[in-house]
Design a protein around this ligand. Structure first.
Ligand code: SF4
Ligand code: SF4
Length: 671
């Protein structure tokens, strides 16, 4: 930001923003003190947008929770949600959310116990000595989000201004404009808790170290201006701005205070400007100085249908019905109940929805106050809507494109820049519901963008899978070729050997196989130790070890490294069964105690089967399922081993001694 611009801001120059309207103010509740509404009979806290990637919920149904206890573990930008009173978790289920469509979202329902018991608060008394990181962590962990309506994560907004701007934070604007008719909750906070807000500003200033700090208040809030002027002495400049709707929108307020018009494609933090609502600043103070997470907010209750109107502090998760019944209103079936103000609010499909951090007003108007929708007429291209649009859009064009479902054209026309301020619909002489259509169109655009993102992710995953399969196929082919070459070389070498050399070579191969098995065992044992450290059960690792040993022996036997016996009656000492037995015993000795018993019984069983299945003559030995010897070129042990073990006549018993891993294959090959 240029230094002369900064000087103009310091000298309290005020700029004008484009468009805007001056609707009737209807701020009758400005004189009503904030009341505490007390505890409802049920609390329903939406948690969908508070869950991080892992979506971790920290409580279960039936748990008892205290006021201020975190219910979710949020990660990244998302902040946790806290219990707004003590009680029992009644349900974790999907409930209707405060949205014009009445869609449902995951909520935690608490049945209050009436004691309102609070967790042990941890106030940061020495916050002035804390680092920016510690303060931001506190703001994040205590669930502070924008209470002005957008519900943007406060710590992230502040952090972005530090990280994104090359010059650091230039201007900190505290938004006390509250430009929308009827709503007075921020006005009352400024009147009643100006010193707390001033403390909150000090905390944010400590983190941001801005060059200028301004509290912007519309000139229709004289009491709030007086209170803030006295509380913010030496902390922030109070800037009184003209009453005009929507001066409270962040970009409009920036234009008013700094004269800079930030395009919608650029984040305000990149220009070193941070805008925070007064309610949010109060939450920052409560989180840091009092140690109290965000569990309530002030809501304006207004409308000619109400016998009494005012401002109330409501526990988050209380239902709109609870608030209205506390004001003695039981709305009739067709009565409109609006959440938010008359310009940006929307008619609720049901009043059994919870109050969230963004709910600043509940409006129960009569038809005289806010008339039912008049008969819509055709657009007469008068251009009034374009003249009042603060985002410099052409609403009538966007409307016709949206109606024609030309979403691409609508996006190009700037639908995402629309703040849904309602100024265009307010001035339209043809009573065209422009804002409702734009709200719908933005939802469609979001849906399209989400679908595109999902498609892109799916495409990338498919591509990765294809690459992986291709690499695996290449690896397999290379292994196959290497094995073929090895077998060929081995056969050629064996052809030139004397019987003694052949026996020695086979004994050597057996030793190598055993050494390999030992190496593998050691590796598995090392892995097991690691797993034990991580608390993993060792049973599966030991099973894998045994299977690996069996497999090594079977491979050695199949490859001829263990000699075949002559006949069953002529089995001498130190031949096949003895070698296998020795090998198994050796392997058994290195087994853990828990497996030794099992290994002994397996060995006995193996010996019995070997004797029973031994053919009368060695020439009668045949390999079930294998091609003739000269064509037996399959180098893959995985395929060969079960077939070799099938060579005995007692198939049933043989299957029984097979490791589980081979049983499936053997049974499948039989079928
Ligand atoms: S609702 Fe959107 S299009 Fe209409 S005036 Fe506001 S910003 Fe412009
Ligand atoms: S104000 Fe209404 S009638 Fe006039 S151009 Fe806009 S949409 Fe059409």
């Amino acid at each position: 930001m240029a230094s002369n611009q900064l000087q103009k801001i310091i000298k309290a120059k005020i700029w004008k923003f484009f468009g805007g309207i001056k609707p009737k103010e209807m701020k009758d509740t400005s004189e009503s003190r904030i009341e505490d509404l007390g505890l409802p009979s049920i609390i329903c806290l939406p948690i969908d947008r508070h869950l991080g990637k892992e979506g971790e919920i920290l409580v279960n149904v039936g748990d008892h929770v205290k006021k201020g206890q975190p219910l979710t573990k949020a990660s990244g930008r998302l902040v946790p949600v806290h219990a707004s009173t003590s009680g029992t978790i009644n349900a974790i289920s999907k409930e209707v959310l405060p949205h014009p469509s009445g869609y449902t979202g995951l909520c935690i329902t608490i049945k209050p116990d009436g004691n309102d018991e609070c967790v042990d608060l941890e106030p940061m008394k020495d916050w002035e000595l804390k680092s920016s990181r510690e303060l931001l962590e506190r703001i994040h962990n205590y669930g502070v989000e924008g209470l002005g309506g957008a519900q943007f994560q406060t710590d992230f907004k502040i952090k972005s201004a530090i990280e994104d701007s090359q010059t650091g934070c230039n201007v900190l604007i505290i938004n006390g404009a509250e430009c929308e008719p009827v709503i007075t909750c921020d006005d009352r906070i400024m009147q009643e808790q100006a010193s707390d807000i001033a403390l909150g500003i000090k905390i944010i200033k400590k983190i941001l170290n801005p060059k200028v700090t301004v509290v912007a208040i519309e000139d229709n809030k004289q009491q709030a201006i007086a209170a803030m002027k006295s509380a913010c002495e030496g902390i922030a400049e109070i800037r009184v701005i003209p009453t005009k709707y929507p001066s409270g929108a962040a970009r409009n307020l920036i234009k008013i205070i700094t004269g800079i018009e930030i395009p919608y494609s650029v984040h305000t933090s990149e220009c070193g400007i941070v805008v925070n609502n007064v309610g949010t600043v109060l939450s920052v103070k409560e989180a840091v100085v009092d140690g109290m997470p965000v569990i309530s907010r002030v809501v304006t209750v207004a409308g000619s249908s109400m016998k009494k109107t005012g401002n109330v502090r409501v526990r988050l998760g209380s239902s709109v019905r609870f608030v209205l019944s506390s004001y003695n209103l039981s709305p009739e079936f067709h009565q409109r109940i609006i959440l938010g103000g008359p310009m940006m609010g929307f008619t609720l499909p049901t009043i059994d929805v919870p109050i969230t951090k963004s709910a600043n007003c509940i409006l129960a108007p009569t038809t005289a106050e806010i008339p039912l929708l008049k008969q819509q007429q055709n657009c007469i291209r008068c251009g009034r809507c374009a003249r009042v649009c603060p985002s410099r859009l052409v609403p009538y064009q966007m409307y016709s494109q949206s109606k024609a479902k030309n979403h691409a054209a609508c996006l190009k026309a700037g639908i995402t820049d629309c703040t849904l301020c309602g100024a265009c619909a307010y001035v339209c002489p043809s009573f065209i519901p422009l804002t409702s259509q734009f709200r719908y169109e933005q939802a469609v655009e979001k849906h399209i963008r989400d679908a595109e993102r999902r498609n892109l992710v799916a495409k990338q995953r498919m591509q990765q899978k294809e690459e992986r399969l291709e690499a695996e196929a290449k690896e397999r082919q290379a292994k196959k070729e290497a094995a073929l070459a090895r077998i060929k070389a081995q056969k050629e070498a064996e052809a030139n050997m004397t019987p003694e050399e052949l026996a020695a070579a086979r004994a050597k191969a057996l030793e190598e196989a055993k050494a390999k098995a030992r190496e593998r065992k050691e590796a598995i044992l090392a892995q097991k130790q690691q797993q034990q450290k991580a608390g993993e059960d060792d049973a599966s690792a030991l099973k894998r070890l045994k299977e690996s040993q069996d497999k090594a022996i079977a491979i050695a036997r199949h490859q001829g490294h263990i000699e075949k016996p002559a006949t069953a009656s002529e089995v001498p000492e130190n031949t096949i069964e003895q070698q296998v037995a020795n090998a198994q015993l050796e392997e058994k000795d290195i087994l853990p105690e828990s497996l030794k018993k099992n290994a002994t019984s397996r060995l006995d069983e193996f010996k019995v089967i070997l004797h029973e299945s031994m053919p009368a003559k060695s020439s009668e030995l045949k390999l079930v399922g294998l091609p003739p010897d000269d064509s037996r070129q399959n180098p893959e042990p995985k395929k060969v081993i079960p077939q070799v073990l099938m060579s005995a006549q007692e198939e049933k018993k043989e299957v029984n001694i097979l490791p589980d891993i081979f049983k499936k294959k053997t049974l499948r090959s039989k079928r």
